[in-house]
Design a protein around this ligand. Structure first.
Ligand SMILES: [Zn+2]
Length: 236
């Protein structure tokens, strides 16, 4: 199961549910979490449309912008009522510190209440550097957080360090080079690493096949490529 896919349209990139399914089929992937592109005005209805293409294979996540305040909280509840399983956050694009509890607190409380998983961009800058994850994970220990891109490049070592001391933090592998993926798995154990692709911005099959080389063993690959995420999402 792939933790990281964008659905819908933005300048320079687009993906429909059918296109995602084609990529999954070509690589041999059974399920994928999908959420909108998050730039500008995004529409979680794009996920409903994609999900209609294969309800048992596309796992719906919503995107939230905490600056939308009450509306963001209401959207979490609305989508949870419709069976959404997780939430995508992007502090760099939306302009906030992940651990700004005054801003993100109400959204995180709704996420905790509805038992959703968070996948959050974790690579670019101080808005989403590893210490921001440490702080938000401590404030919401019941909520599993996936750090997309594992802090790559410059914060990868720090991401591993923070994940080691933070029980509800997992490193996600989208567009992370094999050396860093392998060192995450070696340092933390395969239970703490979750596979994602970031389609459509990738060679989908390559992102899947790199895991076989990075994981070190078939048991580790099974956990990283779906077992861990299924456990976090309460799926079998
Ligand atoms: Zn992405």
């Amino acid at each position: 199961m792939d933790a990281h896919n964008h659905i819908g349209f933005r300048h320079g990139a687009s993906q429909t549910g059918e296109e995602l399914l084609q990529r999954m089929d070509a690589a041999g992937v059974d399920r994928a979490c999908a959420f909108p592109f998050v730039e500008g005005v995004f529409d979680n209805d794009d996920v409903d449309r994609a999900r209609a293409a294969a309800p048992d294979r596309i796992v719906p996540f919503l995107a939230v912008n905490p600056w939308q305040r009450e509306e963001a909280v209401a959207e979490v509840h609305r989508r949870a009522d419709k069976g959404y399983r997780g939430v995508k956050m992007h502090p760099t694009i939306h302009g906030y510190h992940l651990s700004d509890l005054g801003l993100v607190g109400p959204v995180l409380e709704a996420i905790r209440e509805r038992e959703l998983v968070v996948i959050c961009h974790g690579a670019s800058d101080l808005y989403n550097a590893p210490p921001e994850f440490a702080r938000i994970c401590r404030a919401y220990p019941e909520v599993p957080f996936l750090m997309a891109h594992s802090g790559t490049f410059w914060s990868h070592d720090q991401a591993v360090e923070v994940a080691a001391e933070t029980p509800n933090l997992y490193l996600e592998t989208a567009r992370v080079p094999i050396f860093e993926v392998a060192s995450s798995i070696r340092s933390l154990g395969p239970e703490k690493v979750v596979w994602g692709t970031d389609s459509p911005f990738v060679d989908y099959t390559f992102e899947f096949e790199k895991m076989e080389r990075a994981a070190g063993s078939e048991d580790a690959r099974q956990l990283v490529c779906g077992g861990n995420l299924a456990r976090l999402l309460g799926m079998d």
